[in-house]
Write a protein that binds this ligand. Structure first.
Ligand code: KIV
Length: 272
């Protein structure tokens, strides 16, 4: 299989499908605000996820459950104003789609209309397939999310690796096929054994994007703040840190505080 990279002026759901067919890996990161989304987009990312992890990262909640549809629309519209190239996918927050397909569709329409996002993402397997059909049927692209689904944390009781047992692995494979059948354009596979993620990726035509799902998936996603090393108290095995901002930012701020206290800042060149 060729792995040639193709330059897309704008990434679409179709580009992602082509990338899987060519064997080109898809790179996805989260963003929740204008300033960082601009840098992420300029760095050549394919997909930006306005994840409901904003609940943890931006608002300091313990879980993703408290974030609301209005909050997600606020974050997504900030991101959209910054992005020229990447496909922007917006999480449907907990409580905005589980009730019924009609509610899910109206939440999705609000996201698309009020934020300008390009697609929505929701968590769950075959139990949400008819909801996905309804959203896709209205012209809104849907990304699925299987494996560790943080909106169900109180059902699982733990953030441990999912689908290690055969029965759950078989169920996950069946769910992936059901989501593809329902019309999803891609699937996130979170924290599942690499062997299972490979089997899922080879069993469906739509791209799989892994987080803690090994290397044999069609793309990877990380939470931006985690890969930039902005916090030290979250260190799962799958996380690679590319910067150490948890040390670098306080060092820079400490230097600024020092400069102000010593009356070194501002100097003549920095004054009018
Ligand atoms: O909300 C989020 O950041 C996510 C990713 C972990 C895939 O769903």
């Amino acid at each position: 299989m060729s792995t040639a990279k193709k330059e897309y002026k704008k990434v679409t759901t179709n580009s992602l499908f082509e990338m899987k067919q060519r064997g080109e890996r898809i790179a996805m990161l989260t963003a929740y605000d204008y300033s960082l989304a601009k840098l992420v987009d300029q760095s050549g990312i394919d997909v930006i996820l306005v994840g409901d992890s904003a609940s943890n990262v931006m608002a300091g909640h313990e879980t993703t459950l408290p974030i609301t549809l209005d909050h997600m629309i606020y974050h997504a519209s900030s991101v959209i104003r910054a992005v020229d190239r990447a496909l922007v996918v917006v999480d449907l927050p907990f409580g905005s789609y589980q009730g019924n397909a009609k509610e899910a569709l109206s939440s999705s329409i609000r996201i698309m209309k009020e934020s300008g996002g390009h697609a929505v993402k929701l968590e769950g397997g075959k139990e949400v397939a008819s909801t996905i059909e309804r959203i896709v049927g209205s012209g809104i692209p849907v990304m699925g999310h299987l494996g560790l689904t943080p909106q169900s944390i109180y059902k699982f009781g733990t953030y441990a690796v999912r689908a290690k047992e055969e029965a759950e692995a078989e169920q996950l494979l069946a769910d992936a096929k059901a989501l593809e059948q329902a019309g999803c354009f891609a699937l996130v596979l979170e924290k599942i054994p690499a062997k299972l993620a490979k089997e899922v990726s080879e069993s469906i035509a739509i791209p799989t994007i892994g987080i803690g799902a090994g290397g044999d998936v069609d793309g990877q996603v990380l939470v931006l703040h985690d890969m930039l090393g902005m916090n030290t108290d979250f260190s799962p095995r799958f996380l690679r840190r590319y910067l150490d901002l948890a040390a670098q930012i306080p060092a820079a701020i400490g230097q600024y505080v020092d400069d102000v206290k010593r009356r070194d800042f501002p100097n003549d060149a920095e004054s009018y």
